[in-house]
Design a protein around this ligand. Sequence first.
Ligand SMILES: [Zn+2]
Length: 295
Amino acid sequence: MQRYPDDALVCGEVARRLLGGHTPIVTRFAPSPTGELHLGHVLHAAWVWGVAEGAGARVIVRMEDHDRARCTPAFERAILRDLAWLGFTTDDPSLASLQEAHSTFRQSNVPEFYQAAFDQLARAGLLYGCTCGRADLPAPGPDGERHYPGTCRGEPIDRPGRTAVRVMLPDHVTAVEDLRLGTLHQHPAREHGDPVIRDAQGQWTYQFCVVVDDLRHGINLIVRGEDILASTGRQLLLGELLGRTTPFVTVHHPLLYAADGTKLSKRDRSETVRALREAGMSAREVVEAGMMDDG
Ligand SMILES: [Zn+2]
């Protein structure tokens, strides 16, 4: 059975050469429990576990439920059940831990880690409060993001009213080794500006949590979809501000697209893993369907 994309195994072998020898290689599967797994997730899991297989890496599973309004325990249970059924398992303690009420692999259970990182950046004088609304920012660029020009730099973080907190990024060009795409050069300060780390509702943001978590979990092999390629440089800089000294490499993999060109995750729910299982497909058939349009 073809369980993993061929390219994933090849990328993993390169990761083993680049990272192996001195440190354990650790990658992660980090879903947000905002819905059930669908074929786009199956392709992603096949890449994560395939790269790990090639690299001899550990896979940890982490629940990215920092968005408290959209994540539910029921979706988390469904994701864990579907992963097990598909055969994407690991003997890593993260999976066993996620069966328990409290887990350090579930973002909502460990606010102290994000607060500590926030305090560290605040002590370094790198944070500021931003009250800009959408109307204050330029129109979105080609990647759909609005460049933040640094309007509020220098303002205190405890401004009255709805205040997001941003971190000042250094004006550096970043270079990240992507094992599929080659070296990625990005200029986060110019391309996107200072990222929000805590939004105006007081929630930690994706960009911030993922950097804190990858640091505390020792992740040095990041496998994810090409759709978040633009985040890599700013996550590198943010990690450096938080004291990261060890290198990491990335594998940005292709995504599944529907016939009309939209990203699969935006489609209706008819192709969830649960629906396919209930329609009588085997786990093997579902994994193969997930990889079918790969490349
Ligand atoms: Zn602002």
